[in-house]
Design a protein around this ligand. Structure first.
Ligand code: FAD
Ligand code: 2HG
Ligand code: ZN
Length: 454
């Protein structure tokens, strides 16, 4: 599968055991989490440090062989799996995690460190990390930077971009750039770390990140609230947001809850069923719970609510939201469209989606959920394998008409390449292509991701 001279050089760089050519072992790297995207790699290479990454990229560049970078392989848009005999560079061994720098509230982490490892590490030092998401056991620092991951704490701390102070990365030709000193103020020219955040592996391989830490959330309370519809959810959010203690605001609907309950055997969270559910969490010092409960009792949108101020109770409320992805996957391979619209248009989007999708395929099963505060809805469509393109077109055009984005947090990957122009102007796409050509002139990094092959 791979020419002998390149195979020999890769083995010389990372060692025999870290160049995987066996088809059965490669297979786990060659299909994505959703099972929707797969391909074949020439081999899987697992470098142990930045020098090895640089040498691997240099050899591949000399041989003209494309490279796909993979972290935890939890991405949802097919960006981290090979298509056709690329070298797959896995970052699993870049798992160096430095001591927390308490004076600056920062930490340096290798690209292959998982989110849960990072969280446990910084919590032991009295800090927390500002991004959290349900794939925490597998998603890596490098993958989260490369996708500018969002998740459940964006309303409090921003997305991954807001946590990145500096990066170390290797360009396609093997040259290394490093900005890891932790300077908050450093305005000397173009900010390369910012450019690499969200670049989806198309500009460089990120090898390490210097990350901002946040104070622990403090005392928390979570409420699962039943409301009438998406408009009521938006209106409720606006009434609790000004408490100043909100730490999460998530939304899901009756279909999703039914699916989660069928999959997990969890009981009904509230005595009656409601069309729409909002999961709110507050966190602060001093204890924000009483004020939160009082505010909820004053909101006419609340039809019923269960409040948890103990950790176990909060975790069980979160389970209803976080189990959506696995419950949907247990039913089949969904078409996943992660979109955002201005919050004022959220209710219109939620109301229009069933009609738009039904017009393409009446048999589709639609499950919606997402991050309420950012107008970010995860549109999951089951039974749409045969008409995925048409459904994608219908949903993304609707989103574009509502001034939304075709990708809120998962990226463009391979999944949405054909629709980039719905969200980015020709001028923006031309500028992005110019950057790609300047940094990766042979187009060897993640070909087919973000841009089509032309
Ligand atoms: P991978 O899947 O391995 O790769 C993703 C992309 O990043 C690919 O294009 C890959 O080439 C590139 N990449 C990976 N590592 C590097 C590197 N070191 N250098 C350069 N490029 C690299 N995402 C959210 O934003 N918010 C959520 O709330 C959220 N929840 C999720 C819940 C579940 C259950 C699952 C399965 C996924 C969820 N995701 C979410 C999606 C996913 O976890 C994120 O996109 C995550 O950032 C991917 O990290 P990873 O290490 O798995 O990257
Ligand atoms: C989430 O918010 C993730 O749970 C996954 O972004 C979304 O499964 C999905 O569509
Ligand atoms: Zn999400």
């Amino acid at each position: 599968m791979i020419a002998k001279p390149l195979d020999d050089s890769l083995r010389a760089i990372v060692g025999d055991t870290h160049v995987i050519t066996d088809a059965d072992v490669r297979a786990t790297y060659e299909v994505d989490w959703t099972r929707r995207f797969s391909g074949t790699s020439a081999c899987v290479v697992r470098p142990a440090n930045t020098t090895e990454v640089a040498e691997v990229l240099l050899r591949c560049s000399d041989a003209g062989v494309p490279v796909v970078t993979q972290g935890g392989n939890t991405g949802m848009v097919g960006g981290g799996v090979p298509r056709d005999r690329e070298v797959l560079l896995s970052t699993v061994r870049l798992d160096n995690l430095h001591e927390v720098d308490a004076a600056s509230a920062q930490v340096s982490a290798g690209a292959g460190v998982t989110l849960s490892h990072l969280q446990n590490h910084v919590r032991l030092a009295g800090f927390d990390f500002g991004v959290d998401l349900a794939a925490r056991e597998s998603a890596t620092v490098g993958g989260m930077v490369a996708t500018n991951a969002g998740g459940i704490r964006v309303l409090r701390h921003g997305s991954m971009r807001a946590q990145v102070i500096g990066l170390e990365a290797v360009f396609a030709d093997g040259s290394v750039v490093r900005r890891m000193s932790g300077l908050i103020k450093d305005n000397a020219g173009y900010d390369l770390p910012s450019l690499l955040v969200g670049s989806e592996g198309t500009l460089a391989v990120i090898t390490a990140a210097r990350l901002r830490l946040v104070p622990p959330l403090g005392v928390r309370a979570a409420a699962l609230v039943g409301v009438d519809d998406a408009q009521a959810a938006v209106s409720l959010l606006s009434k609790v947001r000004d408490l100043g203690t909100l730490a999460a605001a998530e939304v899901f609907f009756a279909e999703g809850l039914d699916l989660v309950r069928a999959h997990t055997q969890l009981p009904n969270p509230l005595p009656a069923a409601y069309p729409t559910y909002v999961l709110l969490e507050v966190a602060a010092r001093p204890d924000p719970c009483d004020e939160f409960v009082k505010r909820l009792s004053e909101c006419s949108e609340v039809r019923d609510a269960v409040v948890a101020n103990d950790v176990a109770g909060q975790q069980s409320l979160w389970r209803y939201r976080e189990a959506h992805t696995e419950a949907i996957s247990a039913e089949g391979i969904p078409l996943k469209l992660d979109v955002s619209v201005p919050i004022a248009a959220l209710a219109e989007l939620v109301a229009a989606l069933p009609t738009a999708i039904c017009a393409v395929t009446p048999d589709a099963r639609l499950v919606l959920f997402g991050h309420l505060n950012e107008g970010n809805i995860h549109v999951n469509v089951l039974n749409a394998e045969d008409c995925a393109e048409l459904v994608t077109e219908a949903v993304l055009r609707l989103v574009s008409r509502l001034n939304g984005s075709i990708s809120a947090e998962h990226g463009v990957g391979r999944a949405k390449v054909g629709w980039l122009s719905l969200t980015r102007s020709p001028e923006e796409i031309a500028a992005m292509r110019a950057i790609k050509c300047a940094l990766d002139p042979k187009c060897l990094l993640n070909p087919g991701v973000l841009f089509d092959d032309s």
